[in-house]
Design a binder for this molecule. Sequence first.
Ligand code: CA
Length: 230
Amino acid sequence: MSAANVLVVEDEDSIREMLVMVLEQADFAVKAAADVPQAVTLLDGDGPDMILLDWMLPGMSGVEWARRLKKEKRYSGVPIILLTARGEEEDKVKGLDFGCDDYVTKPFSPRELVARIKAVLRRSAHSTQSGKIAVGGIVLDTDEHRVSIGDKRLALSPTEYRLLEFFITHRNKVYSRNQLLDQVWGRSTYIEERTVDVHIRRLRKILGEYGTEELIQTVRGFGYRFSEQQ
Ligand code: CA
């Protein structure tokens, strides 16, 4: 297997150099940019396998660029981890709402960062069942990693796709946040249970545009269930 390509966008020279070193030591193929315009010049073909994106950049912010990339069909599937110096929960949630797959708060340990990158890459690469599955008007294409309702293709981040795929292939059973973290995010001690709620909320919002949000049901005190029965 060839090395995964990671694009690092960070304006602080010392942090960018440290990130490049850490990622190269972990056998990733790394490209680095100091701002969004420079990063854009490094997007060739279908883009990198993953983008590690600083929140605070001169000019266009990391979050704004993430929001734009997620709207471009060509790059919408590229997972993004946001680097943030801010501790506020609201900012993290905002990043996830814009389709970022995870966030890492500075200062971070290189080991934790590499573990998070690997988890995100694993999630975006792998699939449990092959072919097309149709449930409640939703058609999941596990080969193409696409979800559609009628003739509309849903714009899902890799994490949202994995979550919906898990639900569709594990219907009518209640899963706790912890179980969902294990199954969808992969076993990692670094992700908070609240992350599940954020992604569920986003998924419901997307499904809600087609009137199918009630397929994802909250089971109070336990977790979530995907079911056509109320
Ligand atoms: Ca910065």
